[in-house]
Design a protein. Structure first.
Length: 512
């Protein structure tokens, strides 16, 4: 059978708009949202393959919204925003409403197009849809562009056979993906187990037993006190010089702020000690406020964010575990930066720590040479780096056991928030710099293996997604079914050429 004849019988080229229409939603007012009522499905509720109704906003039932009802089985698409181009099938029995910029892809008729076929067909066009959406300054999908996309229509028995084969292949693929994700979770558990053992002294137990010259925790604390005093004396000297310059310039602008005196925090109570894990000899617990040179946080006012500016503006979203992510950065003006930096002068080697919000507890060493502005959701730990290694501190803060202790008496109900007082009074482990260095080596030798395995898993997950698209591409190029499977479809009593089917769909469309 030549290709031209096969195309006439087994599929026909058409536009997506020949098969369905894209209906936009209603502009619900956020002031009308309630805790109970009919769910309003917004673009953020659309996830790949599904729609999240449990966390949807709700409104009172109203006849005014009856044209925007979403039913079980409806296919929704996010038409703007960060999730632009995502599809999801609404699988709930609960009646729902469709918010604006949520598209409902409604087939002209259910008689001649199999619903899951339409869903997979749309997914095969996902890349084309995204290219169209992200072509402008803001991600945006129009009904006109969606409906103009070229596609193919197959006879109903072939539609069903394609869906059956896709679902079988996807089921096998999903099983493999589930195994990979399980391995990812196991690696997270292993990482935390490594950190837990590290800060209980287990990883360096044999190494420690061979050492004869390790200082005690009390000796180390005395050295830290001396360094804190030197740091304060230097700050005071710098301040006096800055005041002289300020006076020489006719006292223009604000007078430089005098550095705060060294503050000593109360010793850890006996009751609190009993709650803390037991430590090896030559280790001890101490409050952060008594070992750090400085603990501070970023600005508590909101400077104007600009796309390009003089100084980077780092917020919690840029702090990942063990690294600073410079994607999605905003900037501030030189004037705003000067005001922010005067109270939070972040330096290279400081440890940044998320202290507010859902990701509270993530820590990363500042590796940037340049000055930048910081938001108050991020705290800063500055230490004498020869006595408390930044990498040791970073790993300590990223340990789940540390997070649990620091968040145990957290302030704030609606928003997770650690105050500077809380940070200063939180507990830290004191051990010799030499052992800190050994602990970091022991941690990173193990975690480097995790990093390699995690990368392999991520690569495999990416390949799985590519394979999913490859399956869909083959399906709608007419290459997924074998000749034997196509012959079985043609023998089905419901079989009729796709061209006849398309004319019937167009007739149904004209009737509406």
């Amino acid at each position: 059978m030549n290709e031209e004849l096969q195309m006439r019988e087994d599929w026909v080229e058409c536009k997506l708009g020949d098969l369905l229409k894209l209906k936009n939603g209603f502009a619900f007012k956020s002031s009308n949202y309630k805790s109970e009522g009919i769910p309003v499905l917004r673009i953020g509720d659309i996830q790949d393959w599904s729609v999240d109704v449990e966390n949807a906003k709700r409104v009172d039932e109203n006849e005014e919204y009856d044209s925007y009802i979403v039913k079980k089985g409806d296919i929704l698409i996010a038409m703007s925003g960060a999730t632009t181009g995502k599809f999801g099938i609404y699988n709930s029995e609960e009646k729902a409403y469709q918010n604006q910029r949520v598209g409902n892809l409604i087939p002209h008729t259910d008689k001649y197009t199999f619903k899951n076929y339409i869903y997979f067909l749309l997914y095969s066009l996902k890349r084309d849809i995204e290219i169209g959406a992200y072509g402008g300054a803001q991600p945006n999908i129009s009904a006109t562009k969606i409906e103009a996309l070229k596609t193919k229509l197959f006879p109903i028995p072939i539609q069903k056979a394609i869906v059956k084969k896709i679902e079988a292949l996807f089921s096998s693929l999903d099983s493999g993906i589930a195994d990979l994700k399980k391995a990812q979770e196991q690696l997270k558990i292993y990482r935390q187990a490594v950190l837990k053992k590290a800060f209980e002294g287990e990883l360096t137990k044999e190494w420690r037993e061979k050492q004869t010259d390790l200082p005690s925790a009390d000796e180390l604390l005395e050295q830290i006190k001396e360094e804190r005093q030197k740091h304060y004396d230097q700050q005071l000297a710098d301040w006096k010089e800055a005041v002289k310059v300020w006076e020489k310039n006719g006292k223009e602008g604000k007078k430089p702020s005098k550095p705060q005196k060294i503050k000593e925090f109360k010793e850890i109570s006996t009751e609190d000690y009993e709650k803390l894990p037991k430590l090896p000899a030559n280790w001890n617990w101490e409050k952060f406020g008594n070992v750090c040179l400085k603990i501070m946080d970023g600005t508590h006012f909101s400077p104007k964010n600009i796309e390009n500016g003089d100084y980077k503006y780092i917020t919690a979203k840029n702090i990942k575990e063990g690294r600073i992510d410079l994607k999605n950065l905003s900037y501030v003006t030189k004037e705003d930066h000067r005001e922010i930096f005067s109270r939070c002068d972040v330096k290279k080697g400081d440890v940044l720590y998320i202290k507010d919000g859902a990701t509270t507890g993530r820590a990363a060493i500042n590796t940037l040479e340049e000055e930048f502005s910081l938001l108050s959701s991020v705290g800063v730990f500055r230490t004498s780096q020869n006595l408390i290694l930044p990498k040791f501190l970073e790993h300590y803060l990223n340990a789940q056991s540390t997070r649990n202790r620091m968040l145990s008496n957290i302030a704030g109900v609606a928003i997770t928030r650690l105050t500077l007082v809380k940070l200063n009074n939180s507990k830290f482990i004191i051990c010799s710099p030499k052992e800190q260095h050994q602990i970091v080596q022991e941690i990173e030798s193990r975690l480097s293996v995790c990093d390699k395995v995690e990368k392999d898993i991520a690569d495999s997950l990416e390949k799985a997604q590519a394979l999913r698209q490859s399956i869909l591409k083959k399906a709608f190029e007419g290459k997924l079914l074998s000749e034997k499977e196509i012959a079985a479809c043609k023998a089905h009593p419901d079989y009729e050429p796709a061209s006849v089917l398309l004319e019937k769909i167009k007739t149904e469309k004209r009737k509406k």
